[in-house]
Write a protein that binds this ligand. Structure first.
Ligand code: FE2
Length: 321
């Protein structure tokens, strides 16, 4: 596959990494200085659809930089011209609908680190692509680090062959507890009414079933969601046979509102989770957001997160099948 095409120039960004011969992210810039307008970009995407998608899969992430993308409406045009179907976000992140296919990425406090994850990893259907647009770059922090998932699997297999084998064979089970509306306890997080988009418990049960979740209503009005068994790793077509670390044990293990165990109830050893978190951090790649950046992630290949940030920061998202 040709590495460049006449509509884009390959650039560089601080923080990019060479992983297995591919640069993550691949930075694509206007081919000429006067071709940085939205119309030129839309035309370039339209004329190179297949090539562009192959670049996302080959490099796992493509960063469009140097184009004049101003707002949610223009970002939406970019998303739509790519032609991938929309997939509606389901999960714990508080998000606000902005315009057509565009949402705020996460409205959790900017001071919090949003832990690395594959988008909607615990659901039966997850997005193939996550597209992010930086409208207001943070003055400090607030990067969206990404991690090549197969590298995590490789290192974990190398360091903990037994534990990986056991988790792989038994599968994983997760729980997530959402407080009820009137819960005044210490539990943080988004209420189940918000998470499920309804305050009718029967409707919640119906929706949970559709997502393959079990539910347990708690005496204090909270709701415990149980998901599993789920795989530890997954291999996806077209990704060089790489075993992706397609789970969220580090993010959910041993927390106040969540847990991750093997599906038969066996605890995942503390040292395995701890070292896994270190590996993920070691393998992470990050760059500084610039105004107008549009980042395309192969959600099957990369974990992503959000570092704590000083305000203001506005990063918008669209998710695609
Ligand atoms: Fe995410």
């Amino acid at each position: 596959m040709e590495f460049s095409c006449k509509h884009f120039k390959v650039g560089k960004c601080e923080g990019e990494k060479l992983v297995d011969g591919e640069t993550i992210p691949l930075v694509l810039q206007p081919s000429e200085a006067n071709k940085n307008g939205l119309e030129s970009l839309l035309l370039a995407l339209k004329n190179n659809k297949e090539w562009f998608e192959q670049m996302i899969i080959k490099n796992s992430a493509v960063l469009l930089r140097g184009f004049d993308v101003k707002n949610a409406e223009e970002f939406n045009e970019i998303v739509e011209i790519c032609g991938w179907e929309d997939i509606r976000y389901v999960g714990p992140a508080p998000r606000t609908h902005i315009y057509k296919r565009v949402w705020t990425a996460n409205e959790g406090p900017l001071s919090e680190f949003i832990y690395y994850h594959h988008e909607m990893v615990l659901f039966k259907e997850y997005p193939l692509k996550v597209i992010l647009f930086c409208e207001i770059p943070p003055p400090e922090g607030g990067q969206t680090p990404v991690v090549p998932s197969f590298k995590v699997t490789e290192k974990m297999v190398e360091e903990f062959p037994e534990a990986v084998k056991e988790m792989e064979e038994k599968g994983l089970r997760y729980t997530f507890t959402a407080p009820g509306k009137n819960n005044t306890g210490s539990m943080r997080g988004r209420g189940w009414e918000d998470a499920f988009g309804t305050s009718d418990p029967q409707e919640v049960e119906k929706r949970a079933k559709a997502f393959g979740m079990e539910l347990e209503w708690l005496p204090d009005g909270g709701l415990k969601t149980i998901l599993g068994p789920r795989n530890l790793t997954k291999v996806f077509e077209g990704r060089k046979g790489r075993r992706m670390w397609f789970n969220t044990i580090v993010g959910m293990h041993g927390r106040e509102i969540s847990s991750a165990k093997m599906a038969d109830g066996t605890e995942i050893p503390e040292n395995v989770v701890k070292r896994c978190a270190e590996i993920i951090e070691e393998e992470s790649i990050q760059f500084k957001w610039e105004k107008g950046d549009v980042l395309f992630l192969d959600n099957l290949a990369l974990l992503h997160g959000r570092r704590p940030s000083l305000p203001p920061r506005k990063v918008l998202v669209a998710t695609c099948k």
